[in-house]
Design a protein around this ligand. Structure first.
Ligand code: PHE
Length: 469
């Protein structure tokens, strides 16, 4: 392995922006608000926060440490410690492919809505819902927007770790913050905005259920980009003198902050206009533009800003997905970066075409009872990421030497980390057990049993065959 040739982050700020760029994405602005909306608001948010702190931060620090310690991307990290663990890395790369099969489709919608915001979408609030349905079930229109989104991805990743991914993150992430703050400012000054705050922050514990807990945990993994080797890969480009616990704290803190900011940008305005919080996946594409449409002229500007923010967030995350798969071919197969990017992007395009069409003309084509878009979403969110989280913690807790891991986390004892032992206990026992319980209960509850079976069989097959990789 030619470690000297691997990319490296140019600066600490650059790394933080890139890692936060990966974490902050559609998960925060598109998914978090609709999950919170569907699951009753405050109670969901409280469990989400508990999972982020207890499990998410634990797993993120584990992934950063394992990545930097081995200085190779997902597959190589596991493999270089113990060949029997190769499959865990392979599952990560596979998860990246699966998420890449639907993520850019939604990214494409965001790009489309930037333009739609200024070309008449808001002129008739009553048809915004039906026009969203017509749009996503269409054939060519969503595909073209997805293609535009994908091309931008390739453009960033092909430029490499420092001048591509890092440079993009440094500009786009601060911009996202500013855009969200503008929208929150407007939302909070609307009449009755307080009802939205109440919905977000006043928990109703009668809403707690097993399904809600799995949603909250799955969302924590998805939103923090965990359980699929992404933070291992980003950690592998980190310099040895970086403080890993501090970076973990900052990156997960920023991610949580943006999710809450997205909630603040949407719910006060939503309640002010007397709309329904449980809008599902269409929440940000239907309810949000409708709210803006009711604001008059300023609404058009805000809508434009909102969808630019959504696009920016999606781009930096999608870039990290592409990087996970790309780095596998660079590190393990010795490919050049451009060859790897083109190869991965080609697979990505095929999957995205299938999942976009599955919402429309290919609606009748079902695998195990669900369309391609939903299949990819369920497989990753409900199965792969959680299992990936168990694998990385069990690996770090039981297979990596404690001394090696501690040296990595504390930079050979030079970085004080008061919670070192607490963290290790979480890695070794608490995280795998809690994730397993929530995942088993949740997986058993997946309505599509065939999908669950497919997901689990993929693990078994990989576990058996991946030693050869
Ligand atoms: N964290 C990203 C989001 O919230 C999604 C993602 C998951 C990106 C896994 C990379 C890896 O949108």
């Amino acid at each position: 392995m030619k470690k000297e040739n691997r990319g490296q982050w140019g600066s600490r700020f650059g790394f933080i922006m890139a890692a936060a760029g990966s974490a902050v994405g559609l998960g925060n602005i598109w998914r978090f608000p609709y999950l919170a909306g569907e699951n009753g608001g405050g109670a969901f948010i409280i469990f989400y926060l508990i999972f982020v702190v207890l499990i998410g931060m634990t797993v993120m620090l584990t992934e950063f440490s394992v990545g930097r310690m081995t200085a190779t991307a997902a597959v190589g990290s596991f493999k270089s410690v113990d060949k029997r663990w190769t499959f865990a890395g392979v599952i990560g790369v596979l998860s990246a492919f699966l998420i890449m099969g639907f993520y850019p489709v939604v990214g494409g919608w965001a790009v489309a809505y930037i333009f739609k915001s200024v070309t008449g979408l808001l002129s008739n609030p009553d048809v915004i819902g039906s026009s969203f349905d017509t749009f996503i079930t269409g054939t060519w229109e969503p595909l073209i927007w997805t293609a535009i989104f994908l091309i931008l991805n390739v453009f960033v990743v092909v430029r490499g770790v420092s001048s591509g991914i890092e440079a993009a993150g440094k500009i786009l992430m601060p911009m996202l913050f500013v855009l969200l703050i503008i929208i929150i400012g407007k939302g909070l000054t609307l009449p009755d905005a307080g009802k939205g705050l109440e919905f977000l922050f006043k928990p109703d514990f009668s809403k707690v259920s097993g399904k809600m807990l799995l949603s909250a945990l799955g969302q924590a993994f998805f939103s923090l980009s965990l359980g699929m080797g992404c933070m291992i890969t980003y950690g592998s480009y980190l310099k040895k003198e970086e403080n890993l616990p501090a970076n973990t704290f900052i990156v997960s803190g920023l991610d949580t902050l943006v999710a809450l900011m997205a909630g603040l940008a949407i719910f006060p305005a939503l309640f002010s206009f007397g709309m329904e919080p449980a809008g599902g996946p269409g929440l940000v594409f239907v309810v949000v533009p409708t709210i803006f449409a009711k604001m008059g002229g300023i609404g058009t500007v805000l809508s434009l800003i909102f969808f630019v923010a959504l696009f920016v967030a999606a781009l930096t995350s999608s870039v990290s997905l592409l990087e996970v798969a790309t780095s596998y071919f660079i590190d393990e197969r010795g490919w050049t970066r451009s060859k790897a990017v083109v190869f991965v992007a080609t697979i990505m395009i095929v999957l995205c075409i299938l999942s976009s069409l599955s919402l429309g003309v290919m609606g009748g084509f079902k695998i195990l009872g669900v369309g391609v878009f939903d299949l990819l979403d369920i497989l990753t969110d409900k199965i792969f990421l959680a299992v990936g989280g168990v694998l990385v913690t069990v690996f770090a807790g039981w297979s990596v030497k404690k001394e090696d891991l501690f040296n990595e986390v504390t930079n050979n004892g030079t970085v004080p980390f008061a919670l070192l032992n607490v963290w290790y206990g979480l890695v070794k026992y608490v995280a795998p057990i809690i994730i397993s319980i929530v995942a088993i209960v949740g997986i058993a509850g997946i309505a599509q049993k065939g999908v669950m079976f497919l997901g689990l069989s993929i693990f078994v097959i990989l576990a058996i065959f991946s030693k050869k990789l």
